[in-house]
Design a protein around this ligand. Structure first.
Ligand SMILES: [Fe+2]
Ligand SMILES: [Fe+2]
Length: 281
């Protein structure tokens, strides 16, 4: 029996701040054919904290530029409009994802590492599968577990029960959440994405990241996120107890035509970025 009502959860979703104005502005500008890199750079550089985080990300090993990116405009030119859009989103929700989520046994920064790792892996797999919108894959990966931020307070009282349910019943963590709470973090996360007015296929990928077979609008996108999430969980990247109960969808692997060797290659290619991430650079 659920201990909480859907109204409690909806109230918690509503309490989450809206996306910052600067992110909305960047989302508009990066889709405006008349906008220039200078316009975008100017908007970013009005926010010092955001600029610092964008530059840190642009200068990370993941993007691999040999010279240092010094300004937001330069980062926009080098990364391109769609990449700068996802980098700005990542940089601006860094605070939300950095929180400690004791209800999920996640320390400060753990969800950020897990989300960022999943975002990078999703982008990577999307590129490998020749998917056009690789930044959409990045954003969906980044936000896939955002529902945990909402459910954390509810999980604080029920975490042990959820873990016990998953262990004794041999079910996934998500299913145990459903049974104990009456909700799961994937569905709640999709409500956050809707509140933030993100595209419907991102909403869907978040909703079904643990059950990729249920995706209808964009099964590929959901499969990228699912496999990346599983990969990051298996690499121990910012995972709590749910990582121990993670059934990987064979259909998703087949859909993406990924074999064991491909997964190993992807994990190898990601490890530099992950080491950097764990060092807090
Ligand atoms: Fe999840
Ligand atoms: Fe996850």
């Amino acid at each position: 029996m659920a201990k909480f009502s859907i109204e409690d959860i909806i109230a918690a979703v509503n309490d989450l701040p809206a996306l910052p104005q600067v992110v909305l502005k960047i989302m508009d500008l990066t889709q405006d054919p008349r906008a220039t890199a200078q316009d975008i750079g100017n908007v970013i550089s009005h926010d010092q904290g955001l600029t610092a985080r964008v530059l840190r990300m642009a200068n990370s090993a993941y993007y691999g530029y040999s010279r240092k990116v010094a300004t937001a405009t330069e980062a926009t030119v080098l990364l391109g409009f769609s990449t700068i859009r996802s980098v700005v989103l990542a940089a601006s929700i860094n605070d939300i994802l950095n929180r400690e989520l004791s209800g999920y046994a996640l320390g400060p920064g753990d969800l950020w590492k897990h989300s960022f790792g999943t975002a990078m892996a999703s982008r990577h797999i999307a590129k490998r599968c020749k998917f056009k919108a690789i930044e959409v894959a990045y954003t969906a990966g980044l936000l896939h577990d955002i529902g945990k931020v909402i459910l954390n307070n509810f999980m604080k009282q029920t975490y042990h029960e959820v873990v016990a349910e998953a262990t004794t019943e041999q079910i996934s963590f998500l299913e145990a959440e459903n049974r104990v709470l009456g909700f799961n973090h994937a569905v709640i996360g999709s409500r956050v994405a809707r509140k933030w007015q993100l595209p419907v296929d991102i909403v869907e990928a978040i909703a079904f990241h643990h059950n990729p077979g249920e995706a209808e609008k964009n099964p590929l996108l959901t499969a990228f996120v699912h496999i990346s999430d599983a990969l990051c969980s298996s690499m121990g990247l910012g995972v709590g107890a749910d990582g121990m109960f993670y059934p990987v969808s064979r259909n998703a692997l087949e859909l993406l035509a990924l074999g064991g060797k491909d997964i190993e290659d992807i994990a190898d290619e990601l490890s530099d970025a992950i080491i950097e991430l764990q060092q807090g650079n």
